[in-house]
Design a protein around this ligand. Structure first.
Ligand code: SIN
Length: 286
């Protein structure tokens, strides 16, 4: 079967049209989907009114799934393969711990030595307007750097920290942040990562990077800021406007993303994500 693809933006992404991911799928059809995933960095599947188990089963076609041991508070209580990203208050009325998940430029699980291959995020409830997600093509961002900058960053490693910028809940948020620090010590990742499947170089940076290994925060910050600003220029971006029952799959090895807070927080935004395990990368920073 020839896949019907529709490009999502100049920079990256394609919609896969007419595929129900819950239906049996041959190896060759999935092979085409996976090639499109490698080629476009993001794939969108619309109108996927499927169960959690079907979301998990389809995700397994991409590779083994993370059980989110590094983010134990954020997992679905019955499905550890699903990471919650929701602003739905807890049963006791307190704010959700994952209300601000993803609100900074990042690549999933970069703060571990097994950063993710890719993620599949499904939308269950979306606000009337906004709640968009921005994505950046990090191959294109790397390619557009000058030769001098490519040389300068070639051997740098960025120290990635876990955690969100904003705490949803003053009490449980602080406990959660402390727990995160304990479970996830800082990890150094190459600033230029070679994609293990395509062999292409991509920038591997973001707002979870606090400094470069062997350098102080003060020395590192201007270059980190420059690289993030460079990579997030409009020509490298795709902005996803969610509809209920979208599944968006992205390649964390060449795409970074940020959830935007551009919506009315009294409205529900409820997403669930599977995270595909990637190959080892980086080292625990001392
Ligand atoms: C994430 O960072 O995985 C969540 C992105 C989003 O909620 O849009």
């Amino acid at each position: 079967m020839a896949l019907k693809l529709r490009k999502l933006s100049y920079a990256l992404g394609a919609e896969v049209c007419g595929v129900d991911v819950a239906m049996p799928m041959s190896e060759s059809t999935f092979g085409e989907i996976y090639q499109a995933f490698l080629g476009h960095g993001i794939l969108l599947f619309r109108d996927q009114d499927i169960t959690r188990s079907q979301h998990i089963e389809f995700s397994r076609r991409f590779g083994a799934l993370d059980r989110h041991e590094t983010l134990p508070r954020d997992r679905h209580p019955d499905h550890p393969e699903l990471l919650m990203v929701t602003n739905e208050p807890k049963p006791d009325g307190s704010p959700s711990d994952t209300k601000y998940t993803g609100r900074q430029w990042h690549s999933d699980m970069s703060f571990t030595t097994g950063p993710s291959l890719g993620s599949l995020l499904k939308s269950y409830e979306v606000p009337e307007v906004g709640g968009d997600t921005l994505f950046a093509n990090m191959y294109a961002a790397y390619d557009a750097l000058s030769g001098g900058m490519k040389k300068l960053i070639a051997d740098l490693h960025g120290i990635h920290l876990s955690g969100t910028r904003k705490l949803a809940n003053e009490t449980t948020g602080i406990v959660r942040a402390e727990e995160q620090k304990r479970i996830n010590p800082p990890v150094a990742q190459p600033v230029v990562r070679v994609h293990p499947e395509t062999g292409r170089k991509a920038l591997y940076i973001g707002e979870k990077v606090k400094r470069f290994d062997g350098m102080s925060e003060e020395e590192s910050q201007p270059l980190i800021d420059y690289l993030v600003r460079h990579a997030t220029q409009p020509e490298f971006l795709y902005r996803h406007q969610w509809r209920k029952n979208d599944i968006l799959a992205w390649d964390n090895r060449c795409v970074m993303h940020q959830a935007l807070g551009d919506f009315d927080e009294t409205q529900l935004r409820h997403m669930e994500r599977t995270t595909i395990l990637g190959t080892p990368s980086g080292y625990v920073a001392t």
